[in-house]
Design a protein around this ligand. Structure first.
Ligand SMILES: [Zn+2]
Length: 661
């Protein structure tokens, strides 16, 4: 039996002086989409991401945080890894440039380059900032340091150099022989002319930096940026033992357009010098701009992935990122466009088609997929269009044109909507002929939906899994082989699965406000004025949990008197989209009606709470929970190991607004 074909792809090894924003998320999402797509085409896939943990910026950030570098980077790496996991896009290999395996690989690559005569000791002269202890790249004598503004000095230090100049011709030959190596096409000319204009040798070590991988036997030399970071792609899949793992060379490096030169000039040159296999393709994508300017923390226009995922689901963010811009070009990010796409394409588009198809089958055919009768030309046209979309979509995926792939799929959805509007299965009678026709229309729509679900799976893994269950299909949608997908494979008589919540409609301005507010909470974490919520971000108003840590300390009556508690009556209660644990309540406290959020959604049905009298802390400063304002706190006991909240109540009738003492 032939072994599966392998596919190895990478995101950049992200620099760890901050936390991931939407730009990093974009690259990692694209990598995940390709990974899922390739697996559905039968490949054995490995996706690598990781953290670049060396260099002077990390040294400084650690110093500022007052911790050793190793501790600082360990925390950062953990935060990145945890976020990718939370967003459902964890890599198969997460490489840290401080891993021992990586250190060994860099030292081994250096040894090979040196043995083959491509490394020599020389002197590097540049502008140096004494205050920051670092060379300032590309600065001329007289320039000031861009970081601290102090004047730079010209400094010469001993470095190891890589003979990049020897690779001008080999690189140009390589680009000619493998025209698909640099993508998109538009980037290739830029790189070719850069190489044609001549290559200077490259300094690959420093003696002025301490936090780096040591050059064996040549201390205090440490490897400098690219020789270290790029090699992580290789160390992730075996390093010196790469042949055993069988994944190298990489099939695809995904990179931002700002780092394409390092990946298409330096990296292949290092590998040529070491006589190692060269990756097959480097794909440079554009940037997401926020209101047409590049995102940065200092500009305060950073978009974070977590609040969007919490509010709309990760699938919505994935869909938007891939649908909104052609991969490779720059795009504009706006919450407004995101919400528009969400409501029109997901809630009203795919989500609505799935729910109404299932509902009609439920109602008319006892929840079992009907058998199509005689096909009319209209049914056959729909089948033909869907069948031909399969080829188009796979072709677009193969060319990494995700926007067009999704456009094709959504035009199939639009066709289905039109078909239902024309055929009106809901207005057909229960006569034998009409029932037959109804069966044909619904079977046709369900088959179309099955195909769309399979094709959309790489982009929308969560919601297509739900639709798969809804359609009563066995196995996992991710296990469907794309190459065998065709019209007419849906079996009749299969019972539908449980109804699924797909994409609940949201009110645009309210959703934007909440996402921004949650992002603000994440960017500017402040100590909550109320007792710290238990279990991560759940906001259980648990009196017992709050009291526990303070139990050993006694407080005076005057401290207790500061807390104002009153009897309140719950007037309304509702769930909050994007906050599974919270209920939004309005509570009458006698003098006014307050909006209060309580972390009890998993244990109390909203309707069961209406009219109930509860104990409310009324003089707590208002705060936002998951972007929703909460003005007060409901008292509850925290019971059992999972901290189940039990609302405090009154066995006798009490007056609303009465003070608790
Ligand atoms: Zn400086």
């Amino acid at each position: 039996m032939p072994a599966k074909q392998k596919f190895y792809l990478t995101t950049p090894i992200y620099y760890t002086n901050g936390l991931p924003h939407i730009g990093h998320t974009y690259t990692t999402v694209v990598a995940d989409v390709i990974r899922r797509y390739k697996r559905m085409r039968g490949y054995e896939v490995v996706m690598t991401t990781g953290t670049d943990e060396h260099g002077v910026n990390v040294e400084r950030a650690a110093k500022k945080a007052g911790v050793p570098e190793s501790e600082f980077v360990a925390k950062m790496a953990e935060a990145w890894r945890a976020l990718w996991l939370e967003l459902g896009i964890p890599a198969d290999e997460f490489v840290r440039t401080t891993d021992l395996q990586h250190v060994r690989t860099v030292q081994w690559l250096f040894k090979l380059c040196r043995e083959n005569g491509y490394v020599y000791k020389g002197h590097y002269t540049g502008q140096y900032c004494i205050y920051d202890n670092a060379f300032v790249n590309d600065a001329k004598p007289g320039d000031n340091c861009p970081d601290c503004g102090r004047p730079t000095e010209t400094l010469t230090e001993e470095n190891y150099f890589f003979k990049l100049s020897a690779f001008q011709k080999p690189l140009l030959d390589f680009y000619k022989k493998y025209p698909e190596f640099i993508q998109p096409e538009s980037r290739k000319n830029e790189i070719v002319s850069f190489v044609e204009s001549g290559l200077k040798d490259l300094s690959i070590t420093r003696t002025t930096i301490r936090w780096g991988i040591p050059v064996p036997g040549e201390e205090p030399h440490v490897f400098y940026v690219w020789f270290d970071a790029l090699t992580a792609y290789l160390s992730a899949v075996g390093g010196p033992d790469y042949e055993k793992r069988g994944m190298w060379p990489a099939d695809l490096h995904l990179v931002g357009k700002d780092i394409i030169r390092f990946h298409t000039v330096y990296w292949p040159a290092f590998l040529m010098a070491a006589m190692l296999p060269i990756p097959k393709q480097v794909w440079a994508h554009g940037w997401f701009l926020m209101d047409a300017s590049k995102m940065s923390k200092s500009k305060g226009n950073v978009v974070l992935p977590r609040p969007i995922a919490d509010m709309l689901g990760m699938d919505a963010l994935r869909y938007f990122l891939l649908r909104e811009v052609v991969f490779g070009q720059d795009g504009n990010f706006s919450y407004d466009a995101l919400l528009t796409r969400y409501n029109s394409d997901l809630a009203n588009g795919l989500g609505n088609l799935a729910s109404r198809t299932a509902a009609m089958i439920e109602k008319n055919f006892a929840g079992k997929i009907p058998k199509a009768g005689k096909l009319e030309p209209r049914d056959e046209t729909l089948a033909r269009q869907t069948q031909s979309a399969i080829g188009d979509v796979l072709d677009y995926f193969e060319k990494m044109n995700f926007a067009r792939a999704l456009e094709s799929l959504w035009s199939v959805i639009a066709t289905a909507d039109k078909y239902l509007t024309t055929e009106k299965p809901w207005s057909l009678s229960d006569s034998e002929a009409d029932t037959q026709r109804k069966a044909t229309v619904l079977a046709t729509t369900a088959e179309l939906l099955r195909i769309v679900t399979v094709l959309a799976h790489p982009v929308l893994p969560d919601s297509t899994t739900k639709i798969w269950t809804l359609l009563g299909q066995s196995g996992s949608v991710s296990a469907v082989e794309l190459d065998g997908l065709q019209w007419g494979q849906l079996a009749s008589g299969v019972p539908l699965g449980k109804p699924q919540t797909l994409f609940p409609r949201v009110e645009k301005s309210e959703a934007i406000e909440r996402i921004e507010s949650m992002a603000n909470e994440e960017l500017n974490p402040t100590a909550p004025p109320a007792p710290a919520p238990t279990a991560g971000r759940s906001a259980t108003a648990g009196a017992a949990t709050a009291a526990a840590p303070a139990a050993s300390e006694k407080i005076g009556i005057e401290d207790f008197a500061k807390v104002e508690m009153r009897v309140g009556q719950i007037k309304t209660a509702e769930r909050i989209v994007g906050a599974d644990k919270l209920l939004k309540l309005t509570v009458d406290i006698g003098t006014e009606i307050r909006q209060i959020c309580a972390g009890i959604a998993q244990f109390y049905e909203p309707d069961s709470l209406i009219g109930r009298k509860v104990a409310v802390v009324t003089n707590l400063a208002p705060r936002k929970l998951r972007g929703v304002e909460s003005n007060g706190m409901i008292i509850a006991a925290s019971v059992g190991p999972e901290g189940r909240p039990v609302l405090a109540g009154f066995p006798e009738d009490v007056e609303i607004g009465a003070r608790l003492k």
